[in-house]
Design a protein. Sequence first.
Length: 141
Amino acid sequence: MKILLVAGGDPNHWPAFSTEFEKIIGIDRGNLFLLRQGIVPDLAIGDFDSLNEDEKKEVFDAVDEVLTSPAEKDDTDTQLALVKAFERFPYAEVTLIGATGGRLDHLLANLWLGVEPRFFPFLSQIKIADQGNVVSYLSPG
């Protein structure tokens, strides 16, 4: 199974993608960006602190399954989405977009996802992509 995770980075930096993904998970503001492109995510996840009330209502009304988290938490919204993706689909190939442009702290946190011990078993199943780059992870050896 192929899953697309869409974070809140600028859609102008997204790679082209088609119907190759069987599930789409929107992360926080990424949900709004998807909806504005006519794509309804299968799951919306996040604290939704990057959306105003009207935007939040737009997402909550359009997406069938929404998982909310408190704004004050240990994990980023992207980490929560990755956890949920692998809980539901442990053998999935996951591609994360909307995770490289904009804030440097978000970029670094997203790049380091693959080396978190909890994601290590899924290391080879994770990719981060934008218009010009694809980051894949390889296990030692």
